[in-house]
Design a protein. Structure first.
Lengths: 81, 222
């Protein structure tokens, strides 16, 4: 069994009010390390066996069509060991 | 004149939308998200709400509902389609309209009476209004901030495809105060505020929302 991870993030130029709210909350709790925070989504997809290149192409397609909205988001597909 | 009103799981405003269609003078036809038949409607309204619980992204899953495949096909052939609030989000996710609706800039869910200006009265959904007419209808959304890239924004502005703008302070961070847009053909309109909640003064802030529903009748009779 392998796990394929798809990370979806808002494009850098798209305003991220949730990330901004988290960034504003951190210093209130004494965490002063952050200069900015962006919030995204992570999908964990399990498949039987090791992924074939064809399967990874399919996942890329699904990430493009459903998991992300290419108008406002970027995605990265990777296999987690 | 038959106007379909689609109900997805989680749609809230289908009854008000159907009522507005009837008060506007047309016959309202209920369409279910699982329908594989548009029941010979002449136009379609995608009402507001939280279709599929807004899971993944607002409108992202509704786009793939069986009835939407027929709506997309018919819209591309010129059938008038109006998406209100969540319906606007579904139209963007379906790529019938450009851009995307994102979280309100201040994160708050808005529910208030909003003044907007009709800036394109040439669509089948806005022809009852005067160009530049200012109306007050409810605005209620959590993800109503219209976003697109600079090129798309220039295209929308240049081609007169913005149909309504917010008046006064920007309520949700939408680019260029955009409250509604249309597609290149002008038959598909997306609107963030809710005209179907403003069809008489007893239950709404005005009766000015009715103009969207009398417009479609004008468009069909022509």
């Amino acid at each position: 069994m392998a796990k394929i991870v798809v990370d979806v993030m808002l494009k850098p130029e798209i305003l991220d009010p949730q990330g901004n709210a988290v960034a504003a909350a951190l210093p209130r709790l004494g965490f002063t390390f952050a200069t900015s925070v962006r919030q995204g989504k992570r999908f964990e997809i399990e498949i039987d066996g090791e992924p074939t290149p064809a399967q990874l192409t399919e996942v890329e397609k699904a990430a493009e069509v459903l998991l992300s909205n290419p108008v406002i988001e970027n995605y990265v597909v990777r296999v987690e060991k | 004149m038959r106007v379909g009103v689609i109900t997805f799981p989680g749609t809230l405003d289908d009854r008000d939308a159907a009522r507005a269609v009837v008060v506007g003078g047309a016959e309202a036809v209920s369409l279910w998200h699982g329908d594989a038949d548009l029941k010979s409607v002449d136009a379609v309204v995608l009402p507001g709400g939280f279709s599929y619980g807004d899971y993944l992204r607002c409108g992202a899953i509704s786009r793939f509902a069986p009835v939407m495949q027929l709506v997309i096909e018919a819209a591309n052939k010129g059938m008038p389609v109006l998406g209100i609030c969540n319906g606007f989000q579904v139209l963007c996710e379906s790529h019938l309209l450009p851009g995307a609706l994102t979280r309100n800039a201040d994160l708050h869910f808005l529910c208030r009476d909003q003044e907007i200006e009709i800036v394109n009265n040439q669509t089948p959904w806005t022809n009852s209004f005067k160009q530049g007419q200012q109306i007050v209808i409810p605005l209620k959304n959590g993800e109503g901030s219209f976003q697109c890239d600079d090129q798309t924004l220039a295209m929308l502005e240049g081609e007169g495809r913005i149909i309504a703008r917010y008046i006064g302070e920007n309520p949700n961070g939408s680019r260029n105060l955009i409250a509604g847009i249309t597609n290149a053909k002008g038959n598909v309109v997306g609107l963030m505020p809710h005209p179907e909640h403003a069809i008489n003064e007893l239950t709404g802030p005005s009766a000015q929302g009715l103009g969207f529903f009398t417009s479609i009748l004008n468009a069909m009779v022509k």
